[in-house]
Design a binder for this molecule. Structure first.
Ligand SMILES: [Zn+2]
Length: 137
């Protein structure tokens, strides 16, 4: 696996990143939730808002839609996959920031897809949430 803080390649069983010292135990148990609270947990500290973005050019998405709509008559699985990939990327980036802040969870996560407009042809997928330290009740 990759250390989410510094990006170094670390062993699957490692408890700490040998390069930056981040707790990988924490990374594996990290909670990402769209709800403002986590059942069974108490929020001990709010560390702040974290955001992760993943830009995609509309050209890439457009080609997906065009190509696959013709093939499957309206089914756009490849497009869905591409959006999901972008969303996961945005979430992972947001997580890295939260971990760097010392959080072990992100609550109130909101995913947004926005068009940068003005003919830029860029679609921005962003994830925003509140980084917190949560502990089991
Ligand atoms: Zn690291």
């Amino acid at each position: 696996m990759k250390c989410p803080v510094c990006g170094a390649e670390v062993e699957e069983s490692a408890r700490f990143c040998p390069k930056c010292g981040a707790s990988l135990e924490l990374v594996r148990n990290f909670i990402v939730s769209t709800t403002p609270s986590i059942p069974g947990y108490r929020i001990k500290k709010v560390l702040g808002i974290v955001t992760g973005v993943s830009p995609r050019t509309r050209g890439v998405l457009g080609r997906f839609i065009a190509g696959f709509e013709t093939m499957f008559g309206g089914e756009v699985k490849a497009f869905t996959r591409e959006i999901e990939k972008a969303r996961n990327e945005a979430i992972e980036r947001m997580k890295s920031k939260a971990i760097a802040l010392g959080a072990n969870a992100i609550v109130g996560v909101d995913l947004e897809t926005s068009d940068l407009g003005l003919g830029s042809g860029i679609v921005l997928i962003s994830a925003t949430g509140t980084a917190v330290i949560a502990e089991p009740e």
